[in-house]
Design a protein around this ligand. Sequence first.
Ligand SMILES: Cc1cc2nc3c(=O)[nH]c(=O)nc-3n(C[C@H](O)[C@H](O)[C@H](O)COP(=O)(O)OP(=O)(O)OC[C@H]3O[C@@H](n4cnc5c(N)ncnc54)[C@H](O)[C@@H]3O)c2cc1C
Length: 401
Amino acid sequence: MTVTESVLNAEEQRVSDLVDQLLTEFPPKTTSPTEFLGAQFDKGLAWVHFPVGHGGLDLNPKLQKLINERIYAEGAPNPMYRNPIGHGMTGPTVVVWGSEDQKTRYLRPLFTGEEIWCQLFSEPGAGSDFAGLSSRGVKDGDEWICNGQKVWTTLGHLARWGLLVVRTDTEAVKHAGLTAFVVDMHAPTVEVRPLRQMTGEAEFNEVYFTDTRIHESEMLGKPGDGWRVSLTTLMNERVSIGGAMPLKGSGTISALTSTWAKMPEERKDAATLDEVMQLWSRAEVLRLTNIRANQNRKKGDPGPEGSIGKMAGANLNKDIYEKVMDLLGADGMLYGSYDMIRPETAMGFDTLQKAFLRSRANSIEGGTTEVMLNILGERILGLPGDVRVDRDKPWSAVPRN
Ligand SMILES: Cc1cc2nc3c(=O)[nH]c(=O)nc-3n(C[C@H](O)[C@H](O)[C@H](O)COP(=O)(O)OP(=O)(O)OC[C@H]3O[C@@H](n4cnc5c(N)ncnc54)[C@H](O)[C@@H]3O)c2cc1C
């Protein structure tokens, strides 16, 4: 046994003992989700690689899988479901860039889902080119006054806190003039308006800031660190969206295989089976790629698989749900209701029809497929870079509409 293996075994044992304790003291089936998640956080089993006292034990992130498998098998709540942006993206950003006070204040209620978070990056004129954003932050004593409009803000209507990026220096080049803050979404100067999607729901919003004052203690990092802070969020977002490692045959592909299984025998022809199997094989290749990416990340080599997983996962999801609609035939048109609702989560779909419509967003959210292709072309294949006319100019000198 190598030294690393024996350390891991000792760590595994420690984590496993803590999981035993958690499940005995707080049986998931008879404990409220909030109480269970709070206890999970307090025992350092929320994000096991986070610092002690902030939901973790400073241990190898590999151990989280062991924890999750055991607690989910006992019916424990998944924190990602209620607070996907918080759990997958802003929590990991606060732990890297936040002060001790911010970590203590924000991480526990974020994990328990008592405080929902949103991500305030995209603007009407800055999505793929997020670093070109126009919302402004101007220093006034020990506060910053923020003005501007954000868009596509998932779960903004439920959010208690937002991770906001604004331009604080217009004379720096675009990436250098950004600063990140935690903003109070309940402040009277923050207006959240619904954006209705083709599913009928409004899971996202546009958010307006009008002279919103944020204390400097709510900055993440320093003035000008906004781009680097955002990269932490975006890297976690890509993994959170595209890095799924479901068990073999589960995940999105199970929507297709179960639809196939329920089809009348006379419609199960060989050609359609072949199409189903092709999609199944793509899902399996992606699953294995994501497992490999996960192993590489743990060795400290993130590699290109994050962008590959995001892109391939988006295309695959869309193709799978399209095939599900084909298999359903005319039933695919039975949509239910287009009544405008404000969903409680951005995950989980009650019907295949809704999942089909929602899957169309997969190649936009978290970075579009075209942008992923640019990243892979430039960084992996070494192809010539995208034309970037604004790279060396102060943001104020870049033409924009
Ligand atoms: C479901 C959903 C949820 C979202 N949630 C959030 C959220 O919570 N918070 C948040 O801040 N944002 C969120 N977004 C926004 C998302 O990050 C942006 O939509 C995305 O980055 C694309 O930006 P855009 O919509 O402005 O499109 P644009 O950047 O305007 O792109 C338009 C088209 O041009 C293409 N294009 C742009 N630049 C290039 C290029 N250099 N090379 C080749 N093609 C290019 C794009 O691929 C696309 O096809 C969400 C989006 C969706 C769909």
